[in-house]
Design a protein around this ligand. Structure first.
Ligand code: SME
Length: 154
């Protein structure tokens, strides 16, 4: 599943390496390929705030401070947050009341943090270690293949 997702993402990026376009398609690819998701998308770092980026799912909060919620924690610690039950995560930000588990992967390239990829599920314990590895590989493709030299709009 994830090797197919990674090769589809590579093809999409080859045809258009502009970050905002690739992230829009990446969120769609994940949302419509992986089962049991209610949200898939990006928060992008602007100063020390995460701003809502391309996503699929219901309307979400637009600004998350560093260290706040699952996304802010992943960004601040630069480590993947795989949360089996969001209701037990201190400070979890409930954008969509249907979410019960969540995984957030920091987007890092050459030591610079660009934002996070966030996936939410209505199922508890939706994301396994295998999902974590696959999503990290997916983000690695994104961070190494995109042309970030001219910013988000390319
Ligand atoms: N639940 C996240 C907020 C973003 S939404 O899930 C789209 C958090 O606690 O950071």
């Amino acid at each position: 599943m994830y090797s197919l997702l990674c090769s589809q993402l590579k093809e999409l990026i080859e045809s258009c390496p502009v970050p905002v376009s690739a992230m829009a398609n990446a969120s769609s690819l994940l949302y419509y390929t992986l089962p049991d998701l209610n949200w898939a998308g990006f928060y992008l770092l602007s100063g020390d705030t995460l701003l809502l980026g391309p996503f699929q799912g219901r309307v979400a909060c637009t600004k998350i401070s560093m260290g706040r919620g699952v996304c802010g924690t992943a960004a601040q610690t630069r480590s993947i947050q795989r949360v089996l039950n969001v209701h037990e995560f201190p400070g979890h930000i409930a954008c969509d009341s249907r979410s019960n588990s969540e995984i957030v992967i920091p987007l890092i390239r050459e030591g610079t943090l660009y934002g996070v990829l966030d996936l939410d599920s209505p199922l508890f314990s939706r994301f396994s270690e295998e999902d974590q590895e696959g999503l990290q590989a997916f983000c690695d493709v994104l961070m190494t293949s995109l042309d970030w030299s001219r910013g988000l709009m390319g």
